[in-house]
Design a protein around this ligand. Structure first.
Ligand code: UD1
Ligand code: UDP
Length: 355
């Protein structure tokens, strides 16, 4: 049986790997490598348990560090794994430092690299994710784009060979797990009422590392009339503490909880009045849940949701988030903006043809 090494390490990658791994293992031996970029139980272990992700064959335990140190350590350790395993291909997801490390390790050893979520661009090179995406795409042998926009972005950079628009694997995941989530929870479990709370997640470096922006975001959340349910990313918690802004979490309407599981998140997204986020994955999940999304960023890679009016980019310093949320009017809904929910199967079919 041919062998694929899959490299994951951060929360969104655990979610993306779940549907693809299930499909991949029907025809390949998959060796799962977890870099350990995320390591808290609620950022990592919980997803393996809940989503039934196979136990990693290699836990590299890299953890947190500066970009260079973290990526370098992953690169060295992934290279060792690839030299031992000698796979037919390497599969990486998204745009984190784990993605880039996997991409560099595979391409330097001339092992074909397959990139899931290729072609996304924010056109902001100050985002660490933008660097990771561009570099990964340029050394990939097969590029699995989630949208036509992503295909076009690649074409504009001269990449046209082995580019396939397969749709978004996160849509596969939602279709598979939403029913399970609905059966498992009730709103009372979270102390909120149907369509009467705003679900918020904040973790992007561009928001957390700029104190003025961080302060403006939490002040804007405190001004919202509805309850804000905030599963707090450890990065944001640390940054608020460092900046002496932790008191902002004590606003009467803000309900801070530790990061939630994927099933909890999907359930909470489906019942929220609105979602406020800077997450890539959550923007799309808001759309899948048919809940309006307000993205606290200057650009997004998921432009389709903005173009059709389900997602509004908001500058927390210059704009009034409360007014923008209250003024939102539902737009028309396009069921198939991110494929048909069969991205995982298409990915495996293309790998079969390639190998
Ligand atoms: C990373 C990705 C980002 C992705 C996000 C998903 C990069 C450059 N960034 O950002 O694209 O959107 O994951 O959540 O790869 N921490 C903990 N416990 C953990 C994990 C992190 O306390 O389990 C804290 C540490 O203080 C760490 C900080 O969070 O330094 C940032 O973690 P890191 O993985 O470097 O970046 P993220 O902000 O999580
Ligand atoms: N998510 C989760 N629990 C949380 C916050 C997010 O399970 O407390 C899920 C979310 O539903 C989505 C994914 O994590 O599937 C998005 O990951 P994240 O926001 O960390 O990263 P990004 O998508 O911005 O890279």
């Amino acid at each position: 049986m041919r062998k694929i090494v899959t490299v994951v390490g951060a929360r969104p990658q655990f979610i993306k790997v779940a549907p693809v791994s299930r499909e991949l293992r029907k025809s390949y031996q998959e060796i799962l490598v977890n870099t350990g970029q995320h390591y808290d139980y609620k950022m990592s272990g919980i997803f393996f348990e809940e989503l039934n992700i196979p136990k990693p064959d290699y836990d590299l335990g890299v953890g947190s560090a500066s970009h260079g140190k973290q990526t370098g350590e992953m690169l060295a350790k992934i290279e060792e794994v690839l030299l031992m395993e000698k796979p037919d291909g390497v599969l990486v997801y998204g745009d984190t430092n784990s993605t880039l490390a996997g991409a560099l390790a595979a391409s330097k050893l001339h092992i074909p690299l397959f990139h899931v979520e290729a072609g996304l661009r924010s056109f902001n090179k100050r985002m660490p994710e933008e660097i990771n995406r561009i570099l990964t795409d340029h050394v990939s042998e097969i590029l699995f784009a989630p949208t036509e926009t992503a295909v076009l972005n690649l074409k504009n950079e001269g990449i046209t060979k082995n580019v396939f628009n397969v749709g978004d694997v996160m849509y596969d995941a939602v279709l598979y797990y939403a029913k399970m989530a609905a059966e498992k929870y009730q709103l009372g479990d979270f102390g909120v009422e149907e369509k009467k709370y705003i679900l918020a997640t904040i973790h992007r470096a561009e928001n957390t590392d700029d104190i003025t922006r961080l302060k403006a975001i939490f002040e804007a959340l405190a001004r919202l009339k509805d309850t804000v349910l905030l599963p707090l990313h450890p990065r944001t918690e640390n940054k608020l503490k460092e900046a002496g802004l932790k008191h902002l979490l004590q606003a009467a309407n803000i309900k801070v909880v530790p990061p939630v599981s994927y099933l909890e998140m999907v359930y909470l997204e489906n019942h929220a009045k609105a979602i406020v986020t800077d997450s890539g994955g959550v923007q799309k999940e808001a759309y899948f849940a048919k809940v309006p999304c307000f993205t606290l960023r200057e650009q997004t890679e998921w432009v389709e949701t903005v173009e059709i009016g389900w997602n509004r980019l908001v500058n927390p310093i210059k704009e009034n988030l409360t007014q923008i949320i209250e003024a939102w009017v539902p737009a028309s809904y396009n069921e198939h903006l991110y494929g048909n929910g069969d991205a995982s199967r298409k990915i495996v079919n293309h790998i079969n043809l390639f190998l």
